[in-house]
Design a protein around this ligand. Sequence first.
Ligand SMILES: *Cc1c(COP(=O)(O)O)cnc(C)c1O
Length: 345
Amino acid sequence: MTSLEKLTRKNIWNLAPYSCARNEFTGTTATVFLDANENPYGGTFNRYPDPLQTELKKKIEQVKGIPADYTFVGNGSDEAIDLMYRCFCEPRVDNVVAIEPTYGMYKVCADINDVEYRPVLLDEHYQITADTLLAACDEHTKLIWICSPNNPTGNDIQREEVIKVIDSFQGIVIVDEAYSDFSRQRPLRFELPRHPNMVVLNTLSKAWASAAIRLGMAFASPAIVDIMNKVKYPYNVNLLSQQQAIKVLSDPFEVDRWIQMILQERSRTIEAFRQLDICEEVFPSDANFFLARVTDAQRIYDYLVEKGIIVRNRTRIMLCHNCLRITIGTRNENNELIGALRTFR
Ligand SMILES: *Cc1c(COP(=O)(O)O)cnc(C)c1O
């Protein structure tokens, strides 16, 4: 791996971060806080929240098995995605490589940060070889984006190829495991100590049923986490979200039950979908959604909208012509979808 100093933008490496009141004081015995211009009245939410989310990270360590100094917590994974560009990519000089098709935010954030985005097409099984990805890199490639299980295709990317990319690439490889709770593969975050150039993204928005609180995590070496923490807004995760995140993480068994129900429903819904006249192909899924090729994605999408059922029309995405992406809902919701599609003509 190239040294972190060389990978980081010069202005960021040299940045003196904003020193907030909550950061400056680190003792534990104080009871009179006159350092942050807060209103002393008004109860629970009058104080600034912990900028480094110490209590939440302890809970994350219990549940996810990753120590606090390997953990960045952000306002959704989307914050971590944007931060990777702001920390490591010099606008109009550096570039990034990503699998294609994949999650749209990698490209949007590249465009916002004026960084060249190099999509590399998946093969007909929605897989990629390490050599193909590496061939798209040059001396200005700072980041490689891999999403596994991938959105919108739904499948795991072959683990050996992902590891080969991480081991061969001199820059940073980000593996987005937003859907790993639904996959049978062992989460890559457990391999963190062996891969100092790997960043693993997790989120509470999917299996953890907390999309509304905007809580994402990036797991990486403490050196990378330090750089991200230096650049983030001081109070990037509000207290309501920190408290609610601690609450949902305190009942992982409830989440396991949800995941089991969703996986059962996934098998049942895919089986029923395959029997439909409109179905051409359902692609294998390791996530809480599936991608299906249908006879006429646009007409079927419009028909479902009219019935109040919203799926994602992916027909204009590369390799996804006439494809719909369908999230697994409750048993009743899935039945409504299948029922509606049976009467499509
Ligand atoms: C949904 C999703 C996320 C979640 O983003 P948040 O900002 O944490 O809600 C991240 N990555 C992928 C690939 C996703 O599909």
